[in-house]
Write a protein that binds this ligand. Structure first.
Ligand code: TXA
Ligand code: MG
Length: 324
């Protein structure tokens, strides 16, 4: 991992696995390297990046005025699939935060990611900015092959993609706004509202729990949130080329992604049969990619109905169904 860390320190890009999805990493203090992330992703520069660090001990480098409940969440769920949005320190410059006064921070739980972050910090690095390693608006990659498929043609020979196998969680981290009195979920993920409430003892303000419509609910909390800045909150994100259909019965020639308990009608191309909601999240993005690889024009997804990680699955599916 030393060589990859040296590569990051030299200003190059290193795509690496995390437990959620693959990230496209760069030195979070190097504006030229960060500019390359935006170019490779084709992402608007006012969309902020998450800074990845090896342990919560380094939160104070990047954030200030951290509320007590955020410390509790960090202690409980890091390393893990959770990003905390905090008031930024001077280290978090506009090119990371999209010009906002907050910064997103995460300690990922993956042996490769942690070894890379530790090696980078041992070289004097402060943190690694890493958005999902896909082109803007597309499905996040959960394997190294999917990373190369997405952005390979935009990388330089000095950049690097580290293969760490398939990601265990499969959907992006829960993003929690910790800049007010109560935590608010900006993007649902494997760390659920119930888990956050149990840990913090505070009721969360949910803004992105969208079971069926995919449009963020219009509770008063969300009106104050600048949705443009949370690119994952755009209504047409995470979309494959195939049209994603929800709440429909599949017919011959269409793809189908559904729990194993649901049967495949004749002529329907079964893309995945996860046994539970966790496995559903884990295989979802590769199954959507598979629809495109097989040249299908339509894929029906029977959504899981649970309230755990199923909330995140429905959130991403609703956006995918809104198409490109
Ligand atoms: O699981 C993940 O979070 C993955 C892995 C690689 O860590 N990363 C990821 O990054 O999903 P990205 O950039 O694809 O999505 C991060 C989302 C974006 O929608 C961004 O706008 C939002 O986090 N975000 C980052 N910093 C923020 C901030 N200060 N305030 C509000 N939203 C922020
Ligand atoms: Mg993304």
């Amino acid at each position: 991992m030393k060589a990859a860390a040296v590569n990051l320190a030299a200003g190059n890009l290193v795509a690496f696995p995390t437990e959620t999805v693959y990230g496209l990493g760069a030195d979070a203090t190097n504006s030229a390297a960060i500019a390359r992330i935006y170019a490779v992703k084709g992402r608007p520069t006012d969309h902020p990046l998450i800074v990845h660090i090896s342990s919560m001990q380094r939160m104070g480098d990047w954030a200030e005025k951290i509320p007590e409940y955020a410390i509790k969440l960090a202690r409980n769920f890091w390393p893990g699939p959770m990003t905390l949005v905090l008031n930024r320190s001077e280290l978090a410059q506009d090119f990371i935060t999209g010009g906002q006064d907050t910064v997103g921070i995460r300690v990922p739980d993956h042996v490769v990611a942690r070894a890379l972050l530790e090696a980078f910090e041992n070289l004097g690095g402060k943190g690694v900015a890493a958005p999902s390693a896909n082109r803007f608006g597309q499905v996040s990659p959960t394997t190294a092959a999917a990373v190369i498929d997405e952005i390979g043609e935009y990388l330089e020979p000095t950049d690097q993609v580290i293969d760490g196998g398939a990601c265990a969680v499969g959907v992006e981290s829960t993003i929690i706004d910790c800049t007010s009195d109560a935590p608010r979920i900006l993007r649902p993920g494997a760390i659920t509202a119930a888990m956050i409430e149990t840990c913090s003892g505070i009721q969360v303000g949910k803004i992105a729990d969208s079971p069926s419509l995919g449009v963020v609910n219009n509770s008063s909390e969300m009106i104050s949130v600048d949705l443009i800045r949370v690119s994952g909150s755009l209504e047409n994100h995470y979309a494959p080329a195939a049209k994603v259909l929800l709440c429909e019965i599949p017919f011959a020639g269409q793809g189908l992604i559904a729990l194993a308990s649901i049967e495949t009608p004749p002529g329907v191309i079964r893309l995945a049969s996860p046994r539970d909601d966790e496995e559903f999240a884990q295989i979802l993005y590769s199954a959507l990619r598979q629809a495109d690889i097989q040249g299908l024009t339509e894929v029906v997804v029977t959504q899981p109905i649970g309230i755990g990680i199923a909330v995140a699955i429905r959130d991403r599916l609703a956006r995918a169904a809104n198409g490109r």
